[in-house]
Design a protein around this ligand. Structure first.
Ligand code: KG4
Ligand code: ZN
Length: 339
């Protein structure tokens, strides 16, 4: 078969997205309707609102993805959808829609793991990237250091033992009074601050070489803010944002580079929403250069939630002959490498 075109749907959190992707790497369309302005009013994602908004937007988003790609449902080879991890109500909207479309058009259905979608985002723009490589996926819900043994198989070396990296960004941003979503706001404010101004703990776990722990770092920031408020002391928020961000980026970078060296891997690929962070991209890129490693990261638009990455991951599932039944269900706690 020379060409495989997949319609992919993503509704795991607060983005309603659809894309048409050819051969896992060529994005023919990529439509994202973000719900961020609605959830920002509440300081975080409200699951019930997310499901309702997905239901309102899913059909127009899919229609636009098909028309932007100049194609129709009858001409795609498969319908792919994120079935986990994520918010159960949000996932169910995409899963139900994909099942209905696949059934009505007589197309194969492919359920995709959202974390694996993030990882596969790297294949879209980096045609030369091939497993095995060292991967680091950092998002609002997940932080994993792993070896991609092939496109569908992952050996996990380390993970967070508490908060995900993105969750830490969001919680610290809320404490500083920056609002939701915290990651991009801290990223912007940190540019005006001194990353060495405030000493903060590192997000490491003693005795576990490749694990992460962000809750101690987050608590240190919260305690600092509380003490300052009590004593009427003024804290420079830009310095705090920059110092927090540096602490997160340095531990992610140190672990990733150490793992790539230990396992003799020459390629290092970063993915997930936090991969959009300018400090993390710069720190990891510099460390890779220094250690003679090739560094890969998707463009920011493919780092945060989108359906093109789901179409990329679905291609490898499709080529491996994997298909989902019409009994496909949402699996909110689906882990990396789980089917
Ligand atoms: O991958 P994603 O869009 O959704 C999940 O699968 O969780 O990641 C969202 C997370 C949020 O925590 C958000 O604050 C963080 O990614 N994020 C960032 C940046 N852009 C998004 N964190 C740091 N710097 C950024 N520029
Ligand atoms: Zn995501």
């Amino acid at each position: 078969m020379d060409s495989v075109t997949i319609l992919a749907i993503e509704t795991s959190c607060d983005e309603t997205a659809a894309a048409v992707v050819r051969n896992g790497r060529e994005v023919l369309s990529n439509v994202i309707h973000t719900q961020i302005p609605v959830h920002a009013l509440y300081g975080g994602v409200v699951p019930e609102i997310a499901s309702r908004k997905h239901m309102e937007r899913i059909n127009p988003v899919i229609e636009k993805a098909l028309s932007d790609a100049g194609t129709e449902l009858k001409d795609v080879d498969a319908v792919a959808v994120t079935y986990g991890p994520g918010l159960v109500g949000a996932l169910l909207v995409g899963v139900a829609e994909a099942k209905a479309l696949a059934f009505a058009a007589g197309k194969p259905l492919i359920g995709v793991n959202h974390i694996e979608g993030h990882i596969c985002a790297n294949y879209i723009e980096h045609k030369e990237l091939k497993p095995p490589y060292l991967g680091l996926v950092v998002s609002g819900g997940h932080t994993h250091l792993f070896i991609a043994e092939n496109e569908l198989s992952f050996k996990i070396l380390g993970r967070t033992v508490d908060d995900a990296a993105g969750e830490a960004f969001d919680k610290v941003a809320r404490a500083i009074g920056l609002g939701y979503p915290g990651g991009p706001k801290i990223d912007a404010l940190a540019k005006e601050g001194n990353p060495d101004a405030i000493p903060l703990p590192k997000a490491k776990v003693s005795g576990q070489e490749y694990s992460f722990s962000f809750s101690g770092l987050k608590s240190a920031v919260l305690n600092l803010l509380m003490k300052a408020e009590r004593s009427g002391q003024e804290i420079n928020k830009a310095d705090l944002a920059a110092s927090f961000q540096k602490s997160v980026c340095s531990v992610l970078t140190e672990h990733a580079v150490a793992a790539a060296r230990e396992y003799g891997l020459r390629d290092l690929a970063l993915a997930g929403g936090v991969a959009a962070n300018s400090c993390l991209r710069a720190t990891l890129s510099a460390a890779c250069l220094e250690n003679d490693l090739n560094f890969y990261v998707p463009s920011p638009i493919y780092c945060t939630d989108n359906a093109a990455m789901i179409g990329a991951a679905a291609y490898f599932e499709y080529m491996a002959g994997k298909r989902s039944g019409l009994d496909l269900n949402a699996v909110p706690g689906l882990g990396l490498g789980e089917r």
